[in-house]
Unconditional design. Sequence first.
Length: 216
Amino acid sequence: MSTWRPDRILRILIFWITYLFVFSWLPLVRIVMDGDTYQWGTTHFGYLFHANTLSADALLLVLKSAMLAWMLCLGLRGAGALFRGFILIWNMVMTADVIYQVISNPGGFEFHGDTLGIHLNLGLSVIAVVAGMTLLTVYWIGWLSQSRAAPSPPAWAPRNRTLLTVFFLLLPIQFVLLRFGEPHGTTDAIGVFLTIAQCPLLATALYPWSNPESQS
């Protein structure tokens, strides 16, 4: 029996989740490993979250990182009903949040390129992207329910274990680079690069690779 693979639309949604994961995982790792030299902030429905250490606001990063990693696992290990409901709610809430921010603070999404005299308001573009992903999710769920039933979770292959091990082995390297390296220097840049690379690495580690034992 062949191993289940995510369809084309699901792959787009997985890419979307991985992209969002970067913006939670990177600041979380830097708050933990960089220390006071790193400042983070974001807004949700008009409320400002900010931190430079593990504080109450930083718990938002812990929650979002855990939820996005969980979504990656659900989506790449069968994409069952729990995943479909979760990603739909996530994208709907995100769309509502972006619309709220664009309406309440239109200037917050402006891009200024003074050298070329470019001034663009990206608010509508951001809404279009996020709302587009929500509509794509709705279409995918509807198409999936009409075309076939969700498969059972695929087997865990040796490649999955190897890649997931690499994901965790990078953490002490990141800690040394970010904590003991020069702030905003080369070591910081390498640490940031490794942290960003961990996001697609996690998705790759969770991908339903073929298990050689099941093919023998």
